[in-house]
Ligand binder design. Sequence first.
Ligand code: CP
Length: 315
Amino acid sequence: MRNFTSIADVQDLNALINAARSCKIPDPQYKKQGEGKTLGLIFMNPSLRTRLSTQKAGMNLGMNVMVMNFSGEGWALETKEGVVMDGNKAEHIIEAAAVIGEYCDIIGLRSFPGLIDRDADYSEEILSNLIKYAGVPVISLESATRHPLQSLADMLTIEEFKVVDKPKVVMSWAPHPKVLPQSVPNSFVEWALKMDYELVVTHPEGYELSDSFMTGIEVEYDQNKALEGADFVYVKNWSSFREYGKVLNTDKKWMITVEKLGNTREAKVMHCLPVRRNVVIADDVLDGPQSIVIEEAGNRVYSAQAVIQEILKSI
Ligand code: CP
């Protein structure tokens, strides 16, 4: 594996999940795998889990890890080619990427979408330019359209908690007051589709994800019907793809509550976090035995470690 930006970069998904699982067993060999190598983590947006888990994964592999919050500490970046840079943007990504590539053996990048210009967001301008100009492998720490490290941790978590061979996995939209990206749900369905799961997506009308992610996936607009018999409920808000970046619905009835879970097969509840309590998921669910959100977040370390290990083999 050279870069890790989507499931398309993964040759053998089951092998990668097993590798992540193996990372949970301490092994002194891990520290030697990244010895002398530098991992640079660039954040254009806030992060708790991705930042700390990827940093820890790099340290577990004996790497030197550097983290930079680009939005507050870096120069404002230009990404368009051929522009006259006489405005606010002081540095072009052509130089910035190449310079970071001089300092790092692997680069991780988090870059959210602007959620105004759909074509610009879905073209993954920043991520693709970093890959083009850095000259070293790049890991997506959540891009405009995908969050692959989260998805790998999600698949690992489902594999660890499933009690039937082919679990019913329901991804449910939930309300949120802010405009959020589609990256987590896009990525989740992209990965879950490759697993042996019965996958159902439920959301209000108007929240359809891009066809490029949803082909072959069942959509059920009635949330209660979708939840019937679920083994896992993956809860997430996203803004509209069709009316790009708009909040069309804030109906509290979509929040996941203990009552809603009554229809499921004692479904485990997942969320990538951060989660707004009593807006997205009710307190009694998050504090109850069906929530596995902390275990899911814990798995972020091992998913990142397995991906970095795989990339280290190629450099
Ligand atoms: N799930 C996730 O990516 O969390 P952070 O935004 O805190 O990194």
